[in-house]
Write a protein that binds this ligand. Structure first.
Ligand SMILES: [Zn+2]
Length: 174
């Protein structure tokens, strides 16, 4: 058994057989390199795995719980402020309407009905104009262009859908 044999065993941190050990003890008396390696191995074996101080886990849990509680409180108060300010804006917007309604309910009703009617007629006009435009476009544009644009919008929709999926899958990242 030569130096290379022992060095390999030491570097791989392999156990020596009893017979080997005797030869090894004789060898390290002459070989400084193997002696140093053996000492290093012994020191490494004697290092005790660093363990956290007792109660570390519970302290960590308590700290985490306190942090979460603070975050929940922040969310709650943020939501409350948002709600109150939103309500304030709503009330501020509603005051003229409400006062008008209280002053003359029939007038408000008439105004609302005419508003809804005009909105409906506007939608109808837009719809008709759109359908006319589409028919004109359809007669002008070749069918291959339609297929191309349709597939483009389909792809766009797919990308949009997948991005929505990603966002809804990781809601805590936002
Ligand atoms: Zn040696």
């Amino acid at each position: 058994m030569d130096h290379r044999h022992f060095e390999e065993k030491l570097l791989n941190d392999e156990q020596l057989a009893p017979k080997e050990n005797k030869a090894f003890q004789a060898h390290i008396r002459k070989c400084a390199k193997c002696a140093a390696l053996a000492e290093a191995n012994l020191a490494l074996h004697n290092v005790v795995m660093a363990t956290p101080a007792p109660g570390f886990a519970s302290r960590f849990r308590i700290r985490l719980e306190a942090k979460r509680k603070a975050q929940r409180q922040r969310y709650f108060f943020g939501g409350l402020i948002l709600l109150v300010s939103g309500l304030g804006v709503l009330i501020w917007l509603a005051i003229p309407v409400l006062s008008a309604a209280l002053a003359s309910p029939t007038q408000l009703l008439v105004a609302w009905t005419s508003y809804i009617a005009s909105a409906l007629s506007f939608i109808k006009v837009i719809n008709e104009a759109g359908s006319v435009l589409l028919r004109v476009l359809a007669s002008f544009i070749p069918s291959s262009a339609w297929v191309l644009s349709l597939s483009f919008f389909g792809l766009l929709g797919l990308v949009w859908f997948s991005s929505i999926q990603k966002i809804s899958r990781y809601p805590q990242m936002i």
